[in-house]
Design a binder for this molecule. Sequence first.
Ligand code: NDP
Length: 452
Amino acid sequence: MSDRDFDLFVIGAGSGGVRASRFSAMKGARVAVAEDRFMGGTCVNVGCVPKKLFVYASHFRDEMHDATSGFGWRVDGAAFDWPTLRDNKTREIERLNGIYDGLLESAGVTSIWGRATIVDPHTVEVEGKRYTAENILVATGGWPTVPEIPGRELAVTSNELFHLEQLPKRAIVVGGGYIAVEFACIFDGLGVDVTQLYRGPLFLRGFDDDVRTHLAEQLRGRGIDLRFDTNVTAIAENGAGVRAQLTDGSTLDADLILFATGRHPNVEKLGLEEVGVELGPDRAIKVDEYSRTNVPSIWAIGDVTNRINLTPVALHEGVCLSETLFGGNPRSPDHENVPAAVFSQPPCGTVGLTEAEARVRYGDIDVYRSTFRALKHTLTGGEEKTMMKLIVDRASDKVVGLHMVGPEAGEIVQGFAVAIKAGATKADFDATIGIHPTSAEEFVTMREPVGD
Ligand code: NDP
């Protein structure tokens, strides 16, 4: 056994850090984890988990509308109370913080509160105390980026959204990524008047084009004022609210302006550059296929490496790292065919390649697409449309991309992702019997490819 204090010192108790700590400790390693902000990191505290609770909350307006418009229910005196939702959510997050603490403790991990700095390749300092370790793992995640424009301090980011004193009546959401789209829909569902601004011609860059155009239509159909090719150049105070100066020369007033304009790797003041750890041009920590930096005793996983910035990917990277370091089984994370969902309304689910990517990789592809109104809306009169799409490599018949915009897209695509991961062909999809009546059955009943 090494005479150093720990076999592994983890900086950051987020999804990746906690997973790597626990799994390493369960393999017999002596592990410490340092955290200075949130037990459980972004996902548990100001990300996936509270966001999904807000998504649930924001669905009820539609549900009540559908119930009363088509299904014979009467819902009298329905009203929404923001502090109740916010405080119930906070209680649940505090409960989860405790569970994370308990998980670390029961695995035998030493938790240390405070800001950690790497002093040398085997030493970390926290609050003036030094700890030595065979290996150091950096799992410090990311932090919201707000562009350098006048009045930027008047904007909120996803960090503040979860604790707002009041729900705004009018909100401006800037950005066209996951967070912007999800919060535009959450606000809209809670009754806020939403304008979403995106600097490019079509939001959700990187997603399949049909997903992007279809979702844009659905959001506009819900009444979200979605403006593309538009950005904010300055923000000023306007009474209790803000006035945003836009690139088209106009101004826009609101009670709140959210910047969801990306996140950057959280690498500041960690001592990384001082010990020679290489960063990429985006300041993400550069790692090899085993998540090892150029300094052999220092490793990094999760958003701080800016590979695929999703909690389940960080968890997977944490498991692989513990296998590599303490399982006698070097394992590199698999970043192929990672499914993902945007919890918009309606949500999007996706796995595999976009049509554009598949054309580049395979050349000859078949595309199957179906757009329909879900059965439920035959009674509600709702105009929302579901879109499903399969992309098939003609040579091998493999389904190489699967995309959906519609209710429960995340739940549905998670299941299909197993088939894609296992290399399912279109013939396998065709041989699968549908579950009727569902929306998901459409994925196994699309027979005719759309023309090129
Ligand atoms: P994204 O990187 O997804 O999107 C950032 C958006 O901001 C893009 O539309 C980008 O435009 C725009 N943008 C960047 N800089 C500027 C600028 N200076 N002015 C105006 N617009 C700008 O980041 P998010 O913050 O939405 O999310 C961060 C990460 O968190 C995501 O990458 C995702 O991996 C993860 N996440 C996952 C979720 C999920 O799984 N459901 C939910 C929430 C977050 P452009 O496209 O032109 O670059």
